[in-house]
Design a protein around this ligand. Structure first.
Ligand code: GTP
Ligand code: MG
Length: 209
């Protein structure tokens, strides 16, 4: 296994120096024409997708975060070191977005997640403070159905007392019905879990399929 120029020797974690937002796409024709592997981030609005992206790329607010849900409304392709793209997907489960708009996002997300050859893996974020919602379960089952390589990230773990973390893991495992899908706890505040998430991404980047 070659570590490549941007990987550190021991840990195989990419050191990110260069990132740019290549495109905020609203239609398929706008997706990058590169063959770089792509990793998509999905999850409820406000769960922390943009925050996770920022931690992975070592930036404070490169992917815009907001306490106002529904902020990200396009497929945002972040080019990382000309080696991969993170694709920030609009959050689901946000009531104030109109039904028509939601259907439009839904179609765009569905097409992207089911037909994009560059897509090597999906990270589904859930809020580790609560049991996953019906939307989280539906998204998980849908991704399983399409056999997309999947990592579940239980985020905002800094808000969960250390003594309650085992319960948080079992709650996510049980509600989603996780069997062979990996689960990683994470915090954008403390960066807990960052290396583990990167390791999973690195492995997907080098998957042969
Ligand atoms: P949309 O773009 O609306 O879909 O939201 P998003 O999933 O990108 O969420 P975003 O990263 O914007 O985070 C939403 C809010 O949660 C912000 O106020 C973040 O600061 C906060 N947040 C995100 N991750 C964490 C975390 O790990 N811990 C804590 N305490 N807060 C977090
Ligand atoms: Mg966002």
């Amino acid at each position: 296994v070659s570590s490549g120029p941007f990987l550190t020797e021991e840990k195989q974690i990419m050191e990110v120096h260069h990132v740019d937002l290549t495109i905020s796409a609203v239609a398929e024709e706008q997706y990058p024409k590169t063959d770089y592997p792509e990793i998509a981030l999905v999850g409820r609005s406000n769960v922390g997708k943009s925050s996770l992206t920022n931690v992975l790329i070592n930036r404070k607010n490169f992917a815009h975060t907001s306490s106002q849900p529904g902020k990200t409304q396009t497929l945002n392709f972040y080019n990382v070191e000309d080696q991969l793209f993170f694709v920030d997907v609009p959050g689901y489960g946000y009531a104030k977005v109109s039904k028509k708009q939601r259907e439009k996002f839904g179609k765009m997300i569905e097409t992207y997640l089911t037909t994009r050859p560059q897509l090597k893996g999906v990270i589904e974020l859930v809020d580790a403070r609560h049991a996953p919602s019906d939307d989280d379960v539906a998204m998980y089952q849908w991704l399983k159905y399409y056999q997309v390589p999947l990592l579940v990230v239980g985020t905002k773990i800094d808000k969960v007392k250390p003594s309650a973390r085992t319960k948080s893991i079992s709650q996510i495992t049980k509600t989603l019905g996780l069997t062979d899908t990996p689960l990683q706890l994470f915090s954008a505040e403390t960066k807990f879990g960052k290396d583990e998430v990167w390791q999973w991404i690195e492995a997907r980047m080098h998957d042969q399929k």
